[in-house]
Design a binder for this molecule. Sequence first.
Ligand code: NAG
Ligand code: NAG
Ligand code: NAG
Length: 364
Amino acid sequence: MRGIVLLSVLLLATFQLTLSITDGLLDNGNFELSPKATEMNGTVVKGRYAIPKWEISGFVEYIKSGQKQGDMLLVVPEGACAVRLGNEASIKQRVKVSKGQYYSITFCAARTCAQEERLNVSVPPDFGILPIQTLYGSNGWDCYSWAFLAPLNEVDIIVHNPGVEEDPACGPLIDSIALKALVSPKPTSANLIRNPSFETGPFMFNTTTGVLVPPNIEDDHSPLPYWMVESLKAVKYIDSDHFSVPHGKRAVELVAGKESAIAQVVRTIPKKTYVLTFLVGDANNACEGSMVIEAFAGRDTVKVPYQSKGKGGSKPGLLKFVATQSRTRIMFLSTYYSMRTDDFSSLCGPVLDNVRLVSLRKPT
Ligand SMILES: *[C@@H]1O[C@H](CO)[C@@H](O)[C@H](O)[C@H]1NC(C)=O
Ligand SMILES: *[C@@H]1O[C@H](CO)[C@@H](O)[C@H](O)[C@H]1NC(C)=O
Ligand SMILES: *[C@@H]1O[C@H](CO)[C@@H](O)[C@H](O)[C@H]1NC(C)=O
C-alpha cells in the first residue's frame, strides 16, 4: 500500500515537472542572448548556430530596438532584441515535450514592408500557415498562437518565412516564442460546452496585446481547445491581468466583426429544448460604442446588443432552441467592427465569456 502511494506521488511529481518545464518562453525565446560580433555582418547573422539556443537557415537578421529601416523605426515588443526572417529563412529549436500531449505555441511577429506576409509555424510533420497581413494592434506587433500534438518526446519548433519578396529585408520580425501544454478541460454534466469560459488556451505574455487565435485550418488542433475560429480573421484571447474579463481569468474578444466567428459543435438530441447562455461585455480597453454579439445554435439565432463605455462590464445573453440534429453548431460573431478610441488603429470588439448550454427536462 505504501509502495503504491509513493509511486503515485512520484508519478504526480513527474507529471507536474513535465508541465512546468514547458510552460513559458523557449530557451532564449526572446532573443535577448545575442550572437557574437564575429558571427555577424552588420545585422545579418552568419553562423548556423550563432544565435544562442537556435539553429537558423537562410537570411536571418538580428534586430535591436530603435534600429532604423529606411525612415521606419523598428520597435521590439519585449526586451531589446528580435530576429528578422528573410525569404525562405527559418529559425529552429529542439524542445522536450510529452508524446501524445497537445501544446500551443505563442509568438509575436511584426510585418514590415511586404504586403502579403505569412509565416509557416511547424512541428514536423504538422505545420500551419498563419497570415500576418492584418494588423490588429497599433505598434505593429501582434502575438499569435498555433497548436500541435507532440508526435515524440522531443520535437523541433520551426518558424519559417515562405515569402519570396524582392527585398529580403522586407521579411517579418519575430520575438517572444513560448510553449504551453494544453491540459484538456473535463466536461461536466452541468454544461454541454467544453472549455466554456476559455480558461484553457495559449500562453500569454505579460503585455496588454492579448494573443490572436487564428482561423483553424481543417483538421488542425486549436490553441483554444474545443473551439474553432472560423472564417477569415482571428479572435483575440485576453486575460484578467491586463483586461476586464467577465468570468474567470480568460475570455475572447471578437476583434474582426463578421469576419471572425468562434464555434463549437456539441452533441444534442433532436426535438429536445436547450438553453444557451453567455456573457457579452467589453475588455476595458477603450473600445466604445454600440456592439452586438450574434449567437447561433444550428438555425436559431439571437442578437445581443451591448453598449460599451470601454471601461469593462458585461451582460447576459440567452438563446432557447429546439435541436433538430444530433450535433448542433454553436457559433458567435460580432455584428460590427470597432476601433479603439485611444489610438484609432487597433481593432477591438465585444468580449464573449462563460458560454453555457443545458437541456431542459421537458420541452416547453
Ligand atoms: C558583409 O556584407 C556585405 C554586403 O552584403 C558584403 O559585401 C561583405 O562581403 C560581407 N562581409 C563578410 C565578411 O562576409
Ligand atoms: C512549412 O514547413 C514545413 C516543415 O518545416 C514543411 O514541411 C512545409 O512544406 C512548409 N509549408 C509551406 C507551405 O511552406
Ligand atoms: C508584468 O508587467 C508589469 C509591468 O511591466 C510588472 O509590474 C509585473 O511585475 C509583471 N508581472 C510578472 C508576473 O512578471
